[in-house]
Design a protein around this ligand. Structure first.
Ligand code: ZN
Length: 347
């Protein structure tokens, strides 16, 4: 635990600390890093609940990588608040936590949130900051090294990753990789009218190694919630980017675990991109507000977004607890789902 000598600065951080106190000691809270800015120090919290066995399945919730997209952090904080109640009375939920862990890192870029910027204080877009290199056509949006004054700046070539990016990677490697099954979800908000659920890769059309299992997961989700509203696809279906942290972490995971098939081990990072044009369409004046492009400003819409993804979050948890129908399937089924995935996403 790093120094706690700091001034509270960000409303979302205050809210997070308040929610941690609602757990009545059932949550383990640490500060993964502190980001210095204008004489203050902004903590990046990591909160865990449930099993302390590192091999037990884990779901990780990440948010606020892009400072402007603070609705992602708020969606996770709202979920944490619900859980802080469930852990006290819901016996089935308590039972689930005996054999699994839930991890939260809801405010990855606190200074970006404080200054209402996408990037961190160095002008670096954290989701372009890893060593992962894109393939194929590049645009400015894919990430560039021209200047930190321009959006989507990757940082200087050859330089270490930024503190925030390193903290996220460290948390995933130390607290998720040891588990036999770890699923992450990183919550963003951006353009478009649909809520999109993305899996790797974002650097190009490369096929994810465990695509059969991903397809089996999607099949189970579709069957369990046939009326869900997500478009599920590899990130590269929408655009290709350099330096994606999750692509990089997947590379690291496969380096340590070259034989996932035999071990039935899996690390699967999802990105939830909430389609913020839906909010804009209904309230066009919102475009005049800097936050408005990424954040619902009308109260009832805001509340709706806070509860909109609870079903998905709960499904993520159940799916790591009960991997039989999607991860522990036989070789023929993996093959079948692999072919289905190729047809659907990589034809
Ligand atoms: Zn984002």
């Amino acid at each position: 635990m790093k120094s706690l000598l700091r001034r509270k600065t960000l409303r979302e951080i205050d809210q997070l600390e308040k929610i941690v106190s609602l757990f009545d000691g059932l949550a383990r809270c640490e500060i993964a890093e502190e980001i210095p800015f204008q004489g203050k120090r902004f903590p990046i919290h990591v909160v865990e609940i449930g099993s302390e066995n590192p091999e037990d399945p884990v779901v990780g919730f990440f948010g606020g990588v892009h400072g402007l997209e603070k609705i992602g952090s708020e969606v996770i904080l709202a979920y944490m608040e619900s859980i802080s109640s469930l852990v006290k009375w819901d016996e089935s939920f308590k039972k689930r936590l005996k054999h699994s862990r839930i991890l939260f890192m809801p405010i990855v870029n606190p200074v970006g949130m404080w200054t209402r910027q996408r990037s961190n204080p160095q002008g670096v877009d954290l989701m372009r900051n890893s060593p992962s290199e894109g393939q194929g056509n590049k645009t400015m949006y894919s990430g560039h090294r021209i200047s930190p004054k321009l959006p989507w700046y990757r940082g200087e070539k050859g330089k270490e990753m930024e503190l925030e990016a390193k903290a996220l990677c460290r948390v995933v490697k130390e607290r998720m990789f040891p588990s036999k099954l770890s699923v992450a979800i990183d919550v963003h908000s951006g353009f478009g009218v649909k809520d999109r659920l993305w899996f790797p890769y974002s650097r190009g059309q490369e096929v994810y190694q465990q695509i059969g299992e991903v397809m089996a997961w999607v099949d189970l989700f579709n069957k369990t919630y046939p009326n869900h509203f997500y478009t599920i696809e590899p990130t590269s279906h929408q655009y290709c980017i350099d330096g994606d942290l999750w692509d990089h972490l997947v590379d690291e995971f496969f380096k340590i675990n070259p034989n996932t098939m035999a071990d039935k081990k899996m690390f699967l990072p999802w990105t939830l991109e909430m389609g913020s044009w839906i909010w804009l369409k209904k309230n066009p004046l919102q475009v005049l507000n800097k936050l408005g492009l990424y954040h619902p400003l009308i109260p009832h819409r805001y509340q709706r977004i806070l509860r909109r993804h609870l079903t998905l979050f709960d499904f993520l948890h159940r799916s790591v607890l009960f991997p039989k129908p999607w991860l522990e399937i036989n070789k023929d089924d993996v093959k079948k789902f692999h072919l289905l995935a190729r047809e659907k996403w990589y034809a």
